[in-house]
Ligand binder design. Structure first.
Ligand SMILES: Cc1ncc(COP(=O)(O)O)c(C=O)c1O
Length: 400
């Protein structure tokens, strides 16, 4: 195992011998997905809007993908609208609602993804009233507080399902059902389900969800594809205008390779989700035990076992800089993240960790490990070993 140094970095990205634990940023496309995508690129390249048989084939492939996505969340295929990913779907759900009615208030939480928070900031600038409900020390929002924040002027409640940095699950079912009990004038309920979709059970009907965001590249699909579930009967203003694709609501020639790959990735998860997720839950336990055993000062952010997604695990290593740890691990071919992908190029403390009531130093000292269906026990053991070596090396540097 390399001890340190930049010289090891060049080969790392090409090496098959890497431990990739940054799956909440993006996942490696599954080989089945790559095959399906390649088939579309090479052979089934028709435009689904074309009237000839290549167009008809493309349309059929898109319908199949739509059906697979719908099945994952107990929706009807006609309620699934393909987008360029989770960011667009979140923006569409919120901005589309914001321009729909007379209400001028939105309720959300302090730990949402930047694709929600940044838009809410922009709407606030335009005069919208935004209430961000806080979370407890493990990142959980209290459904009572969400409901208490709702007023007659509330157009939308937007709460994410799985927090992307610390893995905490929000009780979206409880929130959705309680919103339903407000009757016909209830605000719309949007769930950003990017990190939970396909991996954890979601039932839009049972949860009382109006709008739900999904993304393909987090589940071994390819980048640039996602979807928004829009409950039948909910009217949403389009974000993208043009040729009228996606039933007139999301124009632009469809990203067929991405959409077909998305459907293929859903198929994969529908076959063995429970088995994969229970394996990931034991890997997470192994990772926590390994880190706590080797590094007793490490602090777990988010819940230990209950109420957390099995694939995400976030630790602070007080006294160290997360970014230095990330690079020391990278030199050992172990790939992790210091926070959410969108903010990981900036060395500012994670607002999510700060929302848990942690100090700025602790927020800057944290590392996210996120697993996929391919992660093995060996990967976890190698990551723990590399982490131990990295912190020893960084401590030695500090003393020089
Ligand atoms: C919770 C959450 N929402 C939305 C997104 C954005 O999804 P996409 O990368 O498909 O735009 C991400 C991506 O990290 C995410 O983790």
């Amino acid at each position: 195992m390399p001890s340190s140094g930049v010289s090891h970095l060049a080969g790392a990205a090409q090496s098959a011998d890497i431990v990739y634990l940054d799956n909440s940023s993006t996942t490696r496309p599954d080989s089945q997905v790559v095959r399906a995508v390649t088939e579309v690129l090479e052979h089934d390249f028709g435009n689904p809007s074309s009237l000839h048989r290549l167009g008809a084939k493309a349309e059929r492939l898109m319908d199949e993908a739509r059906e697979r996505v719908a099945q994952m969340i107990n929706a009807d295929p006609g309620e699934i609208y393909f987008t360029s990913g989770g960011t667009e779907a979140n923006n569409w759900a919120i901005a589309g609602t914001a321009s729909a009615g007379k209400e001028r208030h939105i309720v959300s939480t302090t730990v949402e993804h930047p694709s929600v928070i940044a838009l809410l900031d922009a709407l606030h600038e335009e005069g919208w009233e935004i209430t961000l409900v806080g979370v407890d020390g493990e990142g959980r929002v209290d459904p009572d507080e969400v409901l208490d924040a709702v007023t007659e002027d509330t157009a939308l409640v937007s709460v994410m399902f799985v927090q992307n940095e610390i893995g905490t699950l929000q009780d979206c079912r409880e929130i959705g059902r309680r919103l339903l009990s407000l009757g016909p004038k209830k605000p719309r309920f949007h769930v950003d389900a990017v990190q939970g979709f396909a991996r954890l059970p979601i039932d839009v009907k049972d949860w009382g969800v109006d709008l739900l965001t999904m993304s393909a590249h987090k589940i071994h699909g390819i980048k640039g594809a996602g979807a928004l579930y829009i409950r039948k009967g909910v009217r949403l203003r389009p974000l993208v205008f043009g040729g009228g694709q996606e039933s007139g609501l999301r124009s632009g020639t469809e990203n067929m390779p991405g959409i077909v790959g998305f459907g293929e990735a859903c198929k994969l998860w529908s076959e063995d989700r429970e088995e994969v997720m229970s394996r990931l839950a034991s890997l997470r336990k192994r990772l926590i035990a390994g880190i706590k055993g080797a590094l007793p000062d490490a602090v777990l952010h988010g819940p230990q076992e209950e109420g957390v997604a099995p694939h995400i695990c976030h630790f602070a290593f007080p006294g160290f800089k997360g970014e230095s740890i990330l690079h020391a691990l990278e030199a050992r071919n172990v790939f992790v993240s210091t926070g959410s992908a969108c903010s990981s190029h900036k060395t500012r403390p994670s607002p999510v960790v700060m929302a848990l009531g942690r100090s700025e130093d602790e927020a800057l000292a944290s590392i996210r490990f996120s697993m996929s269906r391919y992660t093995t026990e060996k990967d976890i053991d190698r990551a723990v070993e590399a982490l131990d070596e990295s912190l020893k090396e960084l401590s030695a540097w500090r003393k020089k």
